[in-house]
Design a protein around this ligand. Structure first.
Ligand code: PXL
Length: 281
């Protein structure tokens, strides 16, 4: 036995791990894992952030078809958030699907008491066209949650609904809509243009009346859902890691584009192709 054997057998001392930034998602569970809580967690992990979850509802679905949505009791939603804040240093949080006004009020009520940066993704309708938010819930969003947001991230349809059906058809109407919403809620608004333009995916941020555009090449021919969830989760991960709002959005935009490009495609039992995002980072 050589003189160094004992030392060699000793387990290697690992260096202490750097403390991870921590982010929370308050959202619904998507059984097919392309959107919702599952997309958020994958995104947090890919971006090096430790993710916590508070589940607001369970959605039985596959891409393109929502079968059933079961809300969680708002008291239980509140409890999930409270135990997490009691134990973890959470630097940023996001909300996704909140389903109904009682849940929005419960979430706003508890988050108001915490010092945390908050991204509000006002999920209303699934990509399949299924309604996910109960009628009447918009009022709770507008009065309680939007005014406390670090960022609100509506897509074109959600922004049009919030603006009473106003058509948003080009770059200048996007800027106008983002300005109106930002002023109304007293919070920064990132209006996501999706496939409004043929070859670029353009988003418009209005913050304190100032417009900033973010763009990336549009990735055509992929039918997927969960891009909005992934985008807002990636922005939240950036904020949790200490990036500025603009740097968080910029990095998140490229993360979503990469996740769409690297999508997974497989054949469903029915034979139809299914695409999902691949949040690898
Ligand atoms: O992509 C919107 C969305 C968000 N959250 C959950 C969902 C969906 C779409 O289906 O199921 C839980």
């Amino acid at each position: 036995m050589g003189p160094n054997t004992a030392a060699r057998r000793r387990p290697r001392q690992s260096s202490p791990a750097a403390e991870s930034a921590i982010a929370l998602t308050v959202a619904g569970s998507d059984t097919s894992a392309g959107a919702g809580i599952q997309a958020d967690l994958k995104t947090f992990s890919a971006l090096g952030v430790y993710g916590l979850t508070a589940i607001t509802c369970i959605v039985a679905e596959i891409p393109g078809k929502v079968s059933e949505l079961e809300p969680i009791d708002p008291v239980m939603v509140r409890k999930q958030i409270q135990v997490l804040f009691d134990a973890f240093r959470i630097s940023a949080a996001k909300t996704g699907l909140l389903c109904r006004s009682e849940t929005i009020s419960a979430v706003a009520g508890i988050l108001r008491t915490k010092n945390v940066q908050l991204v509000v993704d006002p999920v209303m309708i699934a990509t399949s066209g299924d309604q996910l938010l109960s009628p009447g819930a918009l009022d709770a969003y507008e009065r309680e949650l939007f005014p406390m947001a670090t960022l609100i991230t509506p897509n074109l349809d959600e922004a049009a609904t919030l603006l009473g059906g106003e058509e948003i058809a080009d770059r200048s109407s996007m800027a106008k809509a983002a300005r109106r919403l930002g002023k109304r809620y007293g919070a920064p608004v990132l209006l996501k243009g999706g496939h409004l333009h043929a070859d670029i995916a353009l988003d418009v941020l209005c913050r304190d009346g100032k417009i900033t555009e973010f763009s990336a090449p549009f990735v055509p021919g992929i039918a997927t859902h969960g891009t909005g969830c992934t985008y807002s989760a990636a922005i939240t991960a950036g904020l949790a890691s200490g990036l500025s709002l603009c740097a968080s959005i910029d990095r998140a935009k490229h993360f979503v584009t990469r996740s769409i490009r690297r999508h997974l495609r497989w054949k469903a039992v029915s034979g139809a192709p299914i695409d999902t995002l691949n949040q690898f980072g």
